[in-house]
Design a protein around this ligand. Structure first.
Ligand SMILES: *Cc1c(COP(=O)(O)O)cnc(C)c1O
Length: 381
């Protein structure tokens, strides 16, 4: 028998990601304490819960007090429904109008920002079931959303005309809420307030008004209206290094990554390791082989200046990371089966997702998303 992760998939490999659900629970509770009572939490579990596993994260967030879930795609929402999630779910991206009926059947809320979409989708809606729509306003992100008064009012009126649609929400998204010095955030707040006036002028009274991602909700908890879309910080990560320096609540990282040595050997001075023979032993060295590679999302660039934790110490990678395996230089002889931590803590040493992101010049969001589905997720509570 292999080991069984919470999603009941058996696995037989010695590499796994551990997701501490109590950290996610604590992060949600911390947000609950930070936000005013009128502001609900929408837990963002797109991209398989930022690589943590959408279903366990969704369940944990809902138990801890989140009222709504958000995903990027209709497929992600349907997958949660199939797995028994009954809470409201909003699809943040554009859904094809012909798929509106599928959303209706499954009680999934959709994002809308084009008048044509309403016309086309209404043709496909024959049943009695209504679809809740959230109107997206582009106040400066420049991605999706209406921009002009006429365009926005027309869309709101059009939605109200179709009996199978209900305008449940209006929202926008910040481009620079994670930067402490940015005029654009103020401009976006102003434009959003003006857009809400346009909506009100049509007579519509949507239930949910939202604009706060993690960064905006951390920095302006009283200004994100009545539901906050919390993604990255629910997973215990700061939205940026700048916001990390002004965090109003503690955040607990939920994700760690572990593996076990599959081979240990002594190499001699001058021996080389891995593709390209780029690593040359300077003396007699102990080299350990790990069963994880770039096909698991353990990027080749992590080897350049990166470390793993073995025996409670930081150890450097030896040579290039292969598709399924990589090598580390051990401080001394170790045994096959010994634990090696790639993200997380061993003793007093820690390798964080932020460290890895800085090392390869990207943002923390990318790191757990990149760990592929070949790496089983094990849940701890
Ligand atoms: C992903 C996403 C969020 C969550 O953002 P975080 O920075 O992870 O909190 C919120 N709103 C929209 C529209 C998104 O696409």
């Amino acid at each position: 028998m292999g080991r069984i992760s919470l999603d009941t998939r058996e696995f037989y490999r010695d590499t796994w990601a551990e997701v501490d659900l109590s950290s996610i629970e604590e992060n949600i509770r911390s947000f609950r304490g930070l936000l005013p009572d009128r502001t609900e939490i929408m837990a963002v579990v797109k991209a398989d819960g930022y690589g943590h596993g959408a279903l366990p994260v969704a369940k944990t967030a809902l138990e801890a007090g989140a009222a709504y879930l958000a995903v990027a795609l209709l497929d992600e929402a349907l997958s949660l429904r199939k797995q028994g999630i009954q809470a409201p779910i909003l699809v943040l991206g554009r859904t094809r109008p012909e798929d509106a009926a599928l959303a209706a059947e499954n009680d999934i809320s959709l994002t809308v920002f084009q008048a044509d979409w309403v016309d086309e989708a209404s043709v496909h809606l024959k049943g009695e079931k209504r679809v809740s729509l959230h109107l997206k306003i582009d106040t400066g992100m420049g991605r999706i959303g209406t921009r002009e008064a006429e365009e926005t009012k027309n869309l709101a009126l059009k939605i109200e005309e179709v009996p199978q649609f209900c305008l449940e929400g209006v929202f926008t998204h910040f481009a620079t809420a994670d930067e402490l010095e940015s005029d654009l955030v103020d401009k976006q707040f102003e434009r959003f307030a003006r857009s809400l006036e346009w909506i009100r002028e049509t007579g519509a009274a949507p239930l949910f008004i939202h604009c706060g991602n993690s960064a905006a909700s951390l920095r302006f908890p009283d200004k994100v209206f009545n539901i906050a879309r919390i993604g990255i910080s629910m997973y215990g990560l700061a939205p940026s290094e700048e916001v990390k320096s002004v965090l109003p609540i503690p955040l607990k990282e939920a994700f760690s990554l572990h593996t076990r040595l599959v081979h240990v050997k002594k190499v001699q001075r001058g021996d080389t390791v891995s593709y390209g023979a780029t690593y040359t032993a300077k003396e007699e060295e102990w080299i350990g082989t790990l069963p994880i590679g770039y096909a698991d999302g353990w990027m080749r660039r992590y080897a350049e200046k990166g470390h793993a934790l073995a025996g409670g110490r930081k150890v450097p990678f030896a040579g290039r990371i292969c598709m399924d395996q990589c090598m580390v230089r051990l401080p001394h002889e170790m045994k096959v089966g010994d634990l090696v931590t790639l993200i997380g803590c061993q003793g007093d040493e820690k390798i964080s997702i932020d460290d890895l992101a800085a090392q390869i010049g990207t943002i923390n969001y990318e790191i757990p998303c990149l760990i592929t589905s070949r790496v089983p997720r094990v849940y701890k509570k």
